[in-house]
Design a protein around this ligand. Structure first.
Ligand code: SER
Length: 340
């Protein structure tokens, strides 16, 4: 008999580590299989069975499906937006071809066991493309169907993969005489994420977490966007909570496949102010990178997460004050204090 597991791709990344930790503590005795190009940090050894491998390796998946029954897949592996602009073709291979391969595998498994595999897919504010700063200032909380005109490879990849997921969930092989079992596909559009314990790599919202972590270590930081740059953000515990809450929502309550979720909208200047209040004397200047600024300007200042609140009771625990005062600052302080 194949072993029932939760599969997490990209598990050694920021969100992956936080999700694995949460799943190992939730008392449900989940069997978690993780995959990443990189090994998991040593402290995760008891929490998962880890496979160091490439999500584009078809032969690896062919072997894995003979051994495991993937009940839920959290497909987190991706190249983020800044990184993707430097290697757009690689980003397309990882972000799109990798997702297609996993969707196909999940569809085959759904068919083989005659029950939908649940496929959870984190998408992003990068799926939006605001035409100019006036529109960004005017439109405020953007809804899921507004401005789906991404300007980055990563944004294009995410938007298309949301649609691929919906295809596999509702229309896959629609001309076949016997319709196959459809996937249970659920996706979240996340704002910029900030963790007190890890740093992202290759994202465009990275100025937020980088500023805080640099200040805590007494390192000078030059912020690569203008002070007035406004984006929605969320702290990592809320992001993991959103993933798990959507995964456990009753299917019949969901009116969409893709939901915005957010916590607070904040400017780079306000992140700087809060950082300086916590770490007086921190050296935080601005050295605007006009190209990365262009990407930030194309993303909405805020998101409407009304649908998520209505359908599956989404609500962030951390508003901006709690995020900084109760989660980020104390944990970051403690982290670097311990390290020194
Ligand atoms: N944080 C991501 C990035 O900056 C957006 O989803 O690429």
């Amino acid at each position: 008999m194949r072993e029932k597991v939760i599969l997490i791709t990209g598990a050694a990344g920021e969100m992956g580590q936080a999700l694995v930790q949460e799943l190992s503590q939730d008392g449900a005795n989940n069997r978690v299989l993780t995959m990443d190009l990189n090994p998991m940090p040593a402290e995760f050894a008891s929490m998962t069975t880890h496979i160091t491998g490439d999500i584009l390796d078809e032969r690896l998946f062919a072997r894995l499906v003979t051994k495991y029954d993937f009940d839920v897949i959290f497909h987190l592996a991706a190249l983020l937006s800044t990184r993707a602009e430097f290697s757009p073709e690689l980003a397309h291979r990882v972000n799109v071809d990798g997702t297609l391969l996993l969707l196909q595998m999940a569809a085959d498994q759904s068919q083989a066991r005659n029950r939908p595999v649940q496929f959870i897919f984190p998408s992003s504010i990068a799926a939006y493309g605001m035409p100019d700063l006036e529109t960004k200032a005017r439109d405020g909380r953007v809804r899921e169907w507004d401005w789906n005109m991404p300007t980055t490879m990563y944004g294009c990849n995410k938007l298309y993969c949301e649609q691929l997921g919906s295809y596999f969930a509702h229309h896959y092989m629609q001309l076949a005489v016997n319709r196959p079992v459809m996937l249970d596909f659920r996706s979240l559009r996340f704002p910029g994420l900030i963790s007190a314990f890890t740093l992202p790599t290759g994202g465009t919202t990275d100025y937020g977490p980088e500023m805080l972590h640099a200040a805590a270590q007494g390192k000078p930081f030059a912020c690569f966007v203008r002070p007035d740059s406004a984006l929605p953000f969320m702290v990592m515990p809320d992001a993991v909570r959103a993933l798990l809450k959507l995964a456990t929502a009753p299917r019949q309550a969901l009116t969409r496949d893709v939901y915005n979720v957010t916590s607070f909208s904040i400017t780079a200047a306000a992140i700087r102010e809060r950082t300086l209040a916590a770490f007086p004397g921190a050296e935080i200047s601005y050295d605007v990178d006009t190209r990365r600024q262009g990407i930030v300007d194309s993303w909405p200042a805020d998101l409407s997460d009304k649908a998520a609140r209505r359908d599956w009771g989404w609500e962030p625990v951390y508003d901006v004050d709690r995020a900084f005062n109760e989660y980020l600052i104390p944990n970051i302080q403690q982290r670097y204090h311990k390290m020194s």
